[in-house]
Write a protein that binds this ligand. Structure first.
Ligand code: ADP
Ligand code: ADP
Length: 226
């Protein structure tokens, strides 16, 4: 139901060169879709265009089958997780997690119930009253995940969510995110420059090079091709 479709999508910043060139792809509902490629190839730009944080210079974006080029970010039914977590430092973990529900004016009692369920799932229960600065990197990343999934958005966008974690934790979180995505059945668009992440997490991978699609397919097919 919640597919994301890009049709002949281009991006230029300040009317200069194309940083995304004629991208055509349909990301299926419920798919774990990984965008991979070297630094500067346009991954974040593409993700930000889907989120509505960046305008589309040419082409069409469809979300759930409907044209979304000019839809405000809040109407796109998606949540985001960033590399730097983007938590509010002055707010407790609980208030960070429930922020999106507060904005939607959900009743406090319901917010607490949902927060407790998700905190339980992500092992955050004992940290709910703390401020983010008192958490480890892995715990902060889980708070960012909790904040994204609590809104029940059918689409989630993640931009290098694990790159600030050490190798061991990264491996653990790869599995955790994969499991979470399956359990929730959400459409997940995941940006990384890490080939191991792409290989082990994605249902499909899209390799970008200088703003153009180089390859799209299942991990095994992409990495076995010349
Ligand atoms: P990636 O996420 O793959 O590292 P980006 O999407 O961040 O790539 O960047 C793609 C290209 O667009 C790079 O050449 C980058 O310098 C340029 N770029 C990104 N953001 C901006 C911006 N706000 N203004 C101008 N150029 C930008
Ligand atoms: P990433 O980790 O995604 O590659 P960058 O460090 O390239 O991010 O960019 C961080 C921020 O700087 C982004 O908001 C991006 O839009 C902006 N940016 C990147 N390249 C440029 C550029 N050439 N000119 C202006 N802004 C840029």
């Amino acid at each position: 139901m919640y597919s994301v479709e890009l049709i002949n999508v281009d991006k230029t910043y300040d009317n200069k060169q194309l940083v995304v060139k004629d991208v055509n792809i349909t990301i299926q509902s419920g798919e774990f879709f990984v965008l991979v490629g070297p630094s500067g190839c346009g991954k974040s730009t593409l993700l930000r265009m889907i989120a509505g944080l960046e305008g589309i210079s040419a082409g069409t974006l469809r979300i759930d089958g409907k044209k979304a080029n000019h839809l405000p970010p809040s109407k796109r039914e998606l949540s985001m997780v960033f590399q730097n977590y983007a938590l509010y430092p002055h707010m407790t973990v609980e208030d960070n997690i429930t922020f999106g529900l507060d904005v939607k004016k959900i009743r406090k009692k319901e917010q607490r119930k949902k927060c407790n369920d998700i905190a339980e799932m992500l092992g955050l229960t004992e940290y709910l009253k703390r401020k983010p600065r008192h958490l480890s990197g892995g715990q902060r990343q889980r708070v960012a995940l909790a904040r994204a999934i609590i809104t029940n958005s059918p689409i989630c966008l993640m931009d290098e969510p694990l790159s600030n974690l050490d190798a061991k934790l990264r491996a653990h979180m790869r599995a955790e995110i994969r499991e979470l995505q399956r359990k929730l059945g959400i459409t997940l668009i995941y940006v990384t420059h890490d080939q191991v992440e792409a290989m082990t997490m994605g249902d499909r991978i899209m390799v970008l090079n200088e703003g153009e699609i180089q390859q799209v397919g299942k991990p095994i097919d992409v990495y076995n091709s010349p």
